[in-house]
Design a binder for this molecule. Sequence first.
Ligand code: TYM
Length: 352
Amino acid sequence: MNPAPGAPPARPRVLSGVQPTGQLHLGNWLGAIRNWVELQQDHDTFFCVVDLHAITVPHDPARLAEDTLATAALYLACGIDPNQATVFVQSHVSAHSELCWLLNCVTPLNWLERMIQFKEKALKQGSDVSAGLLDYPVLMAADILLYDADQVPVGEDQKQHLELARDIAQQRINARFAPRDASGEPIPILKVPSPLILKEGARVMSLTDGRNKMSKSDPNEASRIALLDPPEVIVRKIKRAKTDPVMGLEFGHPERPEADNLLGLYALLSQQSREAASNECAAMGWGTFKPLLADAAVEALKPVQTRYREWRNDPASVRDVLGKGQEKAASVASDTLERVRNALGFLPSRPD
Ligand code: TYM
């Protein structure tokens, strides 16, 4: 039997993913993908396009494949290096769905009913809520646990889902099913992952309401800056972004969420410390600040947009990256799945 979890990789393992729904925005970039790029140099990184998650709400089958390819191209355009990271499509590795089922059968229903995102999304959808939407965090747990991930870089909104993945691994699999070694010590089956949520960029807020997070599902497109928005659209959205009547930009004022958010975006996009940005803009009016922010956003996104066009003009190369990624991901995932199947007592299938 394969001792569990699988032998630790030489470098800490990282897994994360984004849904291929609509256009990725500044929140996805600053909260997640930008941090992936940093990690790939000294971590063993796996980044998937989570297309199975994208169908937990009604979706357009005519767009799914293209959106999946476009999202993979955006990962690469943002600086994910296919020679360093494993980039793949979730549905191309069937172990995700299989482990999800096994985890479903040990996850208490009330753990899922407590999930804030489920409650919010279910409320938005009214009567037609799928079982898949409730199950979304279990599939996410399967994504993470299949790769023995040490760290999972995500935005703040995913913290509760990460805690659930930890609880499933620890309380519902390892504590119940771990085999014992010769001295009676349990051999854990699944590695318990840690969230990696960087303070800056972890919660980018909407441009039209600084108390709500920037989101792909907001029907108002003016609430977010998509990574592929042309410069004139970025300028227009920032020009119209919600402000307040106070002069000077500052962090942390409870009555000024828009100032906090836009100043935070300015710091990140112009690659300055929060302190430097706040000093620079402390006495600035909104009319001076907004063009500055727009310039910083346009400049920061320019190289991403240029590289994106290059990858999109060469879909065969993107498919090539995804093919290699699938191969590597599937081999890691199938080992973990086998460990769980064995621990749960399934009859092994006959070797070919
Ligand atoms: P998704 O596509 O909704 O979000 C992708 C990533 O973007 C982050 N994010 C934000 N960060 C800061 N500010 C925002 N306004 C903002 N909006 C989104 C999210 O936190 C996330 O990191 N369920 C995941 C996808 C997933 C996954 C996984 C992630 C599926 N399996 C396994 C990690 C590991 C999600 O939120 O996707």
